[in-house]
Design a protein around this ligand. Structure first.
Ligand SMILES: [Zn+2]
Length: 187
């Protein structure tokens, strides 16, 4: 019997609307209650799932504390998510280090331009890697007078290489640039 036949049998849809509301028995209500609870019980109580570590405390400590790896780096190493690493550290009671500014020099910097560095950037790199030319003194005439000007003179035109520069006093730098580019000078 289809529902259309059912409606026909009881006088059509109009009559069906006026039918009394079905009442449920106590047993039926209890069964419905159990079924509803089962549907809602998807959020299981705490402790239902056992935490399984992805590595030992010693390994995690060695990576995080000794090697100084970040949570993200550790996550990548073990093929887990950062959240998993974070939880493991919490479970193992490994204190998290304060967020510190990490090494921003060279390739670690997002703005790293590598070998395509412009002339001023190359000079800034030399200064960072080797210090101020003034502190080295002139490599040609041996001048150490701090009141004078000193420069990092580029030797062979390999500007991106910080070791292609030699500290010189302004006078020697001018003379060096004038006489030649390249060839042996001093480091
Ligand atoms: Zn000099």
């Amino acid at each position: 019997m289809t529902h259309l036949e059912l409606f026909a049998g009881i006088g059509g849809i109009r009559e069906w609307y006026s039918m009394p509301v079905k009442t449920f028995t106590k047993e039926h209500r209890e069964r419905m209650s159990i079924a509803a609870k089962a549907r809602c019980a998807r959020s299981l109580p705490k402790g239902t799932f056992k935490w399984i570590p992805f590595c030992s405390k010693e390994t995690l400590e060695s990576d995080y504390v000794t090697s100084g790896m970040s949570q993200v780096e550790i996550a990548e190493k073990y093929g887990v998510s950062q959240k998993v690493v974070w939880l493991a550290m919490k479970k193992y009671d490994i204190p998290r280090r304060p967020r510190i500014k990490r090494n921003q020099y060279g390739p670690n910097n997002d703005s790293w331009v590598g070998d395509s560095a412009s002339y001023p950037t190359s000079h800034a790199r030399v200064k960072y890697v080797r210090g101020r030319a003034k502190d080295h003194g002139c490599c040609r005439c041996g001048l150490k007078d701090k009141s004078k000007w000193y420069d990092w003179a580029n030797l062979t035109g390999n500007y991106p290489d910080p070791f292609d520069y030699a500290p010189m006093c302004r006078k020697c730098h001018r003379a060096f640039d004038k006489s030649r580019r390249g060839g042996a000078a001093c480091q």
